[in-house]
Ligand binder design. Structure first.
Ligand code: ZN
Length: 379
């Protein structure tokens, strides 16, 4: 596995006028034109013949059997017979006889044959549907959510303001406290609170890439964390004198002291919530389950956080394969990144979130700056 480069991270250019636009990195099936297959078409002499041949065709050669159920069978007087590849050496007449069509129907169908390219899979997004229609009429069942990911309408003005603020915090931490090293922030999207923040520590260990450290800091807020010994100096004394102080300290245990100071002292960030949800005791969860309060709740609401379940991560750099996998294991909900990495595993080298065999999938967004001062309009 490749290590993250030790060169200083690219400086994240941000200005007060730039707003952050998060573009979803969708898997290839949503981004590519639909694959096509060649079919035999029969042009009938008149529309009355359609109902004659249809009965036999839909029984002996149903579109489902050919995997073409997403297509309409008929366009005006043209009717789809079968895929050219399905013939396996036979002539079309022989093939139609083999599948059991009557001689009379075969005669009608073979009078005026031609080949035609059609989409071989169903359209998933509207743009694919519109494109597919140029080849052959298609059926389409739009998925509103994926459509909103593709168009960007999933985020409103308020979301964009929040994304912008988090990228500003990343920039401040990276440039003021971490010598432009890759940085990351974990957010609880239920209240937009900062759960943890971290930076690359590859000077301590080669596996301490920023996302690995970030996941470890998230684990600290849940009483875990594998690198307590290696990474102590960034945190102040977390023991409190009272129970209240102990709880206060534990919910802040994922954020290094210097970052906390920066967040508290910079006027731009004082409205950002800080701290993880307190660890719940087991009995509270059991009571909720017993009282059936939980039937409509997701796992995050029900059991509280387990590693990054339900959490969103904002990273200055696209994660490498090791880190992208760590984010799968820790069950992140969304991963936002600012800069592409040469060893990136979410868009540059591969799209890890498109590997269907993985047992968890997060959504991926690339944050781009929309700089209002770069206006191209003449006014
Ligand atoms: Zn990495």
């Amino acid at each position: 596995m490749e290590q993250e480069t030790t060169e200083p991270a690219k400086r994240i250019k941000l200005s007060a006028t730039s707003e952050c636009y998060a573009n979803a990195i969708l898997t290839d099936e949503y981004m590519q034109e639909l694959p096509r297959a060649v079919v035999y078409l029969s042009e009938l002499e008149n529309k009355r013949q359609i109902s004659c041949v249809m009965q036999e065709l839909s029984k002996m050669l149903p579109m489902e059997k050919m995997g073409l159920q997403h297509l309409k069978r008929v366009r005006q007087q043209d009717i789809i017979l079968c895929k050219v590849n399905d013939l396996s050496g036979q002539s079309i007449r022989e093939y139609l006889a083999t599948v059991g069509l009557s001689e009379n129907t075969i005669l009608i169908l073979c009078k005026n044959l031609r080949e035609q390219e059609v989409p071989s899979t169903a359209p998933l997004l509207r743009w694919q549907y519109e494109n597919a229609q140029k080849y052959w009429p298609c059926k389409f069942h739009p998925d509103k959510y994926i459509e909103s990911l593709h168009s960007g309408s999933i985020f409103n003005e308020k979301d964009r303001t929040f994304h912008t603020k988090i990228t500003e915090i990343l920039f401040e931490i990276s440039s003021k406290l971490e010598e432009n090293k890759p940085c990351g922030i974990c957010i609880d999207p239920r209240n937009n609170a900062i759960v943890a923040a971290a930076s690359s520590r590859i000077t301590i260990s080669p596996v301490m890439h920023c996302p690995m450290v970030l996941v470890d800091y998230v684990a600290r807020t849940q009483g875990g964390g594998a690198w307590q010994k290696e990474l102590t100096q960034e945190f102040g004394n977390l023991d409190g004198n009272s129970d209240k102080e102990m709880e206060e300290n534990s919910i802040l245990s994922g954020i290094p002291t210097s970052y906390l100071e920066l967040l508290r002292n910079d006027k731009r960030f004082t409205d950002v919530q800080i701290g993880a949800e307190p660890i719940r005791c087991k009995t509270t969860v059991e009571e909720m389950v017993q009282n059936q309060q939980s039937s409509n709740m997701d796992n995050l609401a029900k059991y509280g956080p387990y590693l990054c379940t339900g959490y969103d991560l904002y990273l200055s750099q696209e994660p490498c394969l090791m880190c992208a996998m760590a984010l799968v294991h820790s069950r992140a909900r969304r991963v936002y990144f600012l800069n592409r990495s040469s060893n990136g595993a979410l868009v540059t080298r591969l799209k890890l979130h498109s590997v269907k065999e993985l047992n968890h999938h997060y959504e991926v967004f690339e944050c781009k700056k929309h700089d209002c001062s770069n206006n191209t309009n003449c006014s």
